[in-house]
Structure formats: C-alpha cells, structure tokens
Design a protein around this ligand. Structure first.
Ligand SMILES: Cc1cc2nc3c(=O)[nH]c(=O)nc-3n(C[C@H](O)[C@H](O)[C@H](O)COP(=O)(O)OP(=O)(O)OC[C@H]3O[C@@H](n4cnc5c(N)ncnc54)[C@H](O)[C@@H]3O)c2cc1C
Length: 308
C-alpha cells in the first residue's frame, strides 16, 4: 500500500523541498546515489570496473522546467563522457538518460530533447560507448521511442527501456527485437493507472517473462534489468533455450541493491552492468527506490527520528 503513496509524493514539490533539506537525508541517499559530482563518482567507477562490472551512468535529474536546465543536463553528460575518455573507460561504461531532463516536457519538447541528447550520443560513440534512453511515465513513451528510432539512424547501438507493467510493452518488444537493437526490460517504476498498466505484482512478473521471451527469441541484444532472483534464473533459462551465449545478453542492476548478486553473476561469466546514479537532483530517483521497497522508508524515517 505504501508504494503508490511514495510515488505520489515523488511528484510533489513540497515533499521535494522538505526531504531534500532534511539533515540526515544525504547519508541515507548515498546508498543509492553515491556521489554528487563527477570527481566524487570517479573512484566508484574505478572500483566497480576493477571488480569486473560494467556500468551505465545516470546523472540524476528529471522534469526540468527551462531550456537552460536542459542544456545544463546535456553539458553534465558531456563532461561525464569526457572524463570517461580520459580514464579510458569508454568500453566499460555507457550512459542512461531521461529525456524529461533534456527538455521533453517543455514547449517543442520533442525536438528540444532530441537536439540536446544527440550531442551526448555522438560524444559517447566517439569514445566507443553508447546511450540508453530510460523509460519514464507512459505519457512520454511515444516521443521516447520516436527519438530512439531517429537516433538509431546514425547510432544504431542506442538503447531504450521497456516496462513490463504496461499493456503496450509486448507489442513494443516485438517491434524492437530486431538485429542490432539494445533493449533493457524492467518491471516499471512509475505510478501508472489501471487503464494502461498491470497493478498486481504477480501480473507484472508474468508479463515480464512473456516480454523477456520475445526479446530472447528475437534478433536484438536483451538487457535484463531486475534484482528479482526468480526472474534472473528464468532469464538464464530463456537465454539457454534461445541458444544465446553469455555475451549475447546482459544483466543490469541498480547501484546499492543486491551488490553481492552483481559480483556473483559477473564471477559466473555473465556481463553485469551496474546502473550508477550521481548528481544533486536526486529526489525523484531516490523516492522511486523507497517506493520499490517500503522497508527502505522505515530505515529512512528511523534515521530522521534518531537524529531529531
Ligand atoms: C538497471 C535498471 C534500470 C532501470 N531503469 C528503469 C527505467 O528506465 N524506467 C523504469 O520505469 N524503471 C526502471 N528501473 C526500475 C524497475 O522498473 C523496478 O522498479 C526495479 O528494478 C525493482 O524491480 P525488480 O525487478 O528489481 O523486482 P522487485 O520485485 O521490485 O524486487 C526484487 C528484489 O530486489 C530487491 N529490491 C528491489 N528494489 C529494491 C530497492 N529499491 N531497495 C532495496 N531492495 C530492492 C529486493 O530484495 C526485492 O525483493 C530500472 C531498474 C534497473 C535494475
């Protein structure tokens, strides 16, 4: 019951101000967002890659309100790509972006987001890596898929995310499961109405397996984004049935969640990519992590009370 309430709060400006300013928040937030600047995140990148993990980097931020903020988002990603270049980590780390941070919801937002994200995709390609477009709420997805298609004309390795909880996703998966495509499948992290999305966990899990089968049997490169142990073993089984070798799909998990499992899968010879978020505008990302596991909220509230 708590999950939807937390997700509603994730869209509230008042809650954003309150929680972002709470004195103990930073320490709790660090579990999921282990740095605010490129300088702070570099040691984490080096540590994770030294342990045999690959990364997808997210500069946190979403739902910006001015074109200047969208340009700042573009520049933050360009600075990150430049740092990856100097570290020679282009082949180990890719980027994940939210188009709402690149201006998608502003006037003329579709074109604006495309114009702002393109230089990031170009810069990533120049150092041998790529960009994946995250999936946000369902109202943004037609625009996201159109931008994805447009970017793929010049940069076919550009990836995108599909969400198992949406009714539309099986059809999206069929369309996307073509040679050269890179598709991350996740359960879905936003508050979606019953008209467009499954609401029950068991329905979402079943949909995840159906969509995963489409991706594994297709021609593209599936990226299995989940921490769910059952789905991880089903993914391994589906990959085996589809005759895929370990380098023909990958697992992805979020930094701060089931870290031992990241290492276990990597040690078994799987490609394991850790979604690593950093930056100052962490509120929306952090709240979605709380909503996924309400025990995190209890920990957060306890730490506020003990400091209070
Ligand atoms: C790499 C990656 C990228 C993602 N990108 C997107 C995206 O673009 N769009 C989108 O809508 N969603 C995205 N998500 C989030 C996703 O939709 C789910 O909300 C999230 O992954 C939780 O679902 P699960 O598959 O891990 O299964 P769950 O059933 O939620 O979790 C399985 C187990 O994992 C652990 N776990 C899961 N979440 C947490 C948490 N927050 N804190 C502590 N433990 C936890 C628990 O042990 C839990 O029992 C992404 C997830 C991953 C892993």
């Amino acid at each position: 019951m708590l999950g939807p309430v937390i997700l509603a709060a994730s869209r509230s400006d008042r809650m954003r101000r309150l929680i972002s300013a709470a004195p103990v928040t930073k320490q709790v937030v660090d579990r999921f967002i282990p740095g605010e600047t490129v300088d702070e995140i570099v040691p984490i990148i080096q540590e994770l890659t030294a342990r045999g993990l690959e990364l997808t980097m997210d500069v946190v931020g979403e739902d910006i309100t001015t074109p200047e903020q969208a340009e700042a988002a573009r520049d933050a990603y360009l600075a990150l790509v430049e740092r990856l270049r100097t570290l020679d980590l282009g082949t180990r780390a890719e980027m994940s972006v939210k188009l709402s941070m690149f201006g998608q919801a502003l006037d003329g937002g579709h074109e604006l987001a495309l114009a702002n994200v393109r230089p990031v995709v170009e810069a990533a390609a120049a150092i041998g890596t790529t960009v994946t477009l995250d999936a946000e709420d369902h109202t943004t997805l037609d625009s996201m898929f159109a931008i994805h298609e447009e970017l793929r004309r010049d940069f076919p390795q550009t990836g995108c995310v599909i969400q198992a909880y949406l009714f539309r996703t099986e059809a999206d998966a069929r369309r996307l499961a073509e040679a050269g495509s890179r598709v991350r499948l996740v359960k879905g992290a936003y508050k979606e109405p019953a008209e467009v999305a499954y609401q029950q966990k068991h329905e979402i899990d079943k949909a995840y397996v159906r969509v995963l089968r489409i991706l594994m049997e297709g021609e593209g490169y599936p990226m299995v984004g989940s921490h769910d142990p059952r789905l991880i073993s089903i993914a391994q089984e589906l990959a085996r049935q589809a005759g895929r070798k370990p380098d023909e799909y990958e697992f992805q998990m979020l930094y701060g969640i089931r870290g031992d499992e990241h290492l276990r899968l990597a040690a078994e010879g799987h490609r394991m990519r850790v979604y690593t978020a950093y930056g100052t505008d962490w509120y929306g990302y952090f709240m979605r992590r709380l909503a996924e596991k309400p025990a995190n909220l209890r920990f957060f509230v306890r730490s506020m009370i003990s400091k209070g």
